[in-house]
Design a protein around this ligand. Structure first.
Ligand code: 5GP
Length: 201
């Protein structure tokens, strides 16, 4: 049996990554879920070990030093990182794992595991991204401008990714990602054993 795919999805803030990932999980319930470690405080009903492992900055730095974190990034002043062993266990069992990472996080993971499938989510236009950010209603105009500048910087990294998917609608974007996953499974390198076994029948 071949290893499960490690699929990492990134995109600028406001692109709708969370909604698309939720839709994908609904479409493909077998995806493994990696629980990240973060130094941010839990929000609302969030529980340790469910949405995240909530750790102090010092504890997080200790995990990095111990080699327990395969990639990490600092986002709005807090650490976020992917624990190594659960990722290897799920993938080793042949389970595909879907990760929701910052742009830098996806690129760092690809450096470590070249086989990671990286997907960049694009907004249909910058105008649309701005109106989605404004539509959240939680951010001042100044913060929206800051996020837009940050988004442009992140989009400059799109050429480093394997795939680019535009979020026109949730259904279409999730459908395209599901198609990418299916195509990745059909790559010859992943099916060579099947071919060999047919030939030796
Ligand atoms: P939030 O604080 O809203 O839950 O997440 C903030 C950002 O952190 C999201 O954009 C998410 O993609 C990113 N993130 C969550 N877990 C990880 C992780 O393990 N590594 C990296 N690099 N980013 C993460």
């Amino acid at each position: 049996m071949s290893n499960g795919l490690i699929i990492s999805i990134s995109g600028p803030s406001g692109v709708g990554k969370g909604t698309i990932i939720a839709k994908l999980r609904e479409m493909i319930p077998d995806f493994g879920q990696s629980i990240s470690v973060t130094s941010r405080d839990p929000r609302g009903q969030e529980k340790d070990g469910v949405e995240y492992y909530f750790r102090s900055k010092e504890e997080f730095e200790k995990l990095i030093a111990e080699g327990e974190i395969i990639e990490y990034d600092v986002y709005v002043g807090n650490y976020y990182g992917t624990p190594l062993s659960p990722l290897l266990t799920m993938s080793g069992k042949g389970q595909d794992v879907l990760l929701d990472l910052t742009v830098a996080g996806s690129l760092a993971l690809k450096e470590k595991f070249e086989e990671t499938v990286t997907i960049f989510l694009l907004p249909p236009s910058l105008k649309e991204l701005r109106s989605r950010l404004i539509g959240r209603g939680t951010e001042s105009e100044e913060l929206v401008d800051k996020r837009m500048a940050q988004a442009k910087k992140e989009i400059e990294n799109a050429p480093e990714f394997d795939y680019v998917v535009t979020n026109d609608t949730v259904e279409q974007a999730a459908g395209e990602i599901a198609a990418i996953v299916a195509a990745e499974h059909a790559r010859f390198v992943r099916r060579s054993k099947e071919v060999d076994s047919l030939l030796s029948e």
